[in-house]
Design a protein around this ligand. Structure first.
Ligand code: MN
Length: 128
């Protein structure tokens, strides 16, 4: 079962994302802070990371920048953004995110949206 990491400080949002990922067969790791997300990425090497942007402490963009400078740099990172931030696509991509998904999260299409961003092999685990 591929492991994935969700960095999200809002428990209700996490529950929706967790539901969709578990239903699709993923094992879900959860971090509520960016710093903890980086630690888990390094320790667990998840198949991909869903990264909330607005977090306590360092934000999701800074966490992504630090992941890109770490041994976990190859892990795809998909940003989860509030609707008001949808104009910030270039900032999100320049921080190192592979793409972004806008809130509110639709649990029915979430995994499909992830697969569109990271490719068809999202359920496979070729290099880990
Ligand atoms: Mn948040």
């Amino acid at each position: 079962m591929p492991k994935v990491l969700v960095v999200e400080d809002n428990k209700d949002n996490f529950k929706i994302v967790n539901y969709a990922l578990v239903r699709a067969g993923y094992e879900v790791l959860w971090a509520e802070r960016g710093e903890d997300g980086i630690d888990l990425a390094l320790k667990e090497h998840p198949h991909f990371i869903l990264m909330d942007i607005n977090l306590p402490g360092i934000d999701g963009m800074e966490a992504t920048r630090r992941i890109r400078e770490s041994e976990a740099r190859a892990i795809p990172v998909i940003a989860i953004t509030a609707h008001a931030m949808s104009g910030d696509r270039e900032t999100i991509i320049s921080a190192g995110c592979n793409g972004y998904i806008e809130k509110p999260i639709d649990p029915i299409t979430l995994v499909e949206q992830i697969h569109k961003i990271i490719g068809q092999d999202a359920n496979e685990n070729p290099d880990r």
